[in-house]
Design a protein around this ligand. Sequence first.
Ligand code: TRP
Length: 332
Amino acid sequence: MSKEIVVSGIRSTGFLHLGNYFGAMQNYVKMQDEYNCYFFVADYHSLTTHPDPKDLRGNVYRVVAENVASGLDPEKVALYAQSDIPEIPELYLMLNMLAYKGELEKVPTFKDKVRLQPDNVNAGLLTYPVLMTADILIHKAVKVPVGKDQEQHVEMARNFAHRFNSRYSEMFPMPYPFNYGDSLIKVPSLDGAGKMSKSENINATLYLADDDDAIRKKVMKAKTDAGPTEHNSEMPDYIQNIFQLMHLVSKPEITDTFRSAYNNCTIRYGDMKKQLAEDMVAFIAPIREKAAELQKDEAQLQKILREGAEKARISASATIAEARKLIGINYY
Ligand code: TRP
């Protein structure tokens, strides 16, 4: 049986952090052995906010380097830049004819953007879910690893796929969001407020590019208190968060030792944070170093992108040929 097809897009803006690592990248790395994976840098999507042209290449290189350093293997998956696949904008154009202004205006992520950037409500922003649909359908993907915030976009992709199928012919399988059960692990921020994410407090977020000192400083600043006074008392959120982070990067015995110390009121949070800081450094440093090395190797990055695009275009061109024919664009 042929392997199921997986597509996911990686944003090219912002630095990758531990939340991305455990939320998205680890999923990709796991999927690469089981599925036929297409992972791309969503550089066309990033144009909605008009990034400085000087920054594009560096952003794309960095994202590719960080993903490869985290374990994504360009030999196993097609890793490419969205803009290297001209079939994607072609399918996007076709799908735009089936997408209605009213439904696009109702999308919550669009409404958020309208609120956040009222001066730049461009058509690309409105049709973002259509481009995302083209990204997915161009390879006839059925599994789309995404976070919660993107699930509605995948639902729209199903609607558009269904609309195309009913108008022309059953051509596209239905794509669904996909996550391994344990990938919904939350990666808390270091200030006790919510998850680590790009937009929030940079001092409470650990980036894969942070140097050892920055990691130590951020971890040591995490909020704690004087410690529990009663045995087996309930943990405040911000203490649970430190345990949660430790659980992600430290040996289980170490976490257990601190948990027992918490339960019998002998815990010293300073020691716990020192331990966490060192384990975090040991976890992040090799990824950071590998990514930095690859980022300097432009020839290698270009090779990865070129070969990724070659693989992706095989299935993209087959899909477009089929779609053109069904639509009736078939003149000679
Ligand atoms: N919109 C996604 C995000 O912001 C990125 C993305 C673009 C994507 N195209 C996609 C994800 C196709 C999955 C499939 O994270």
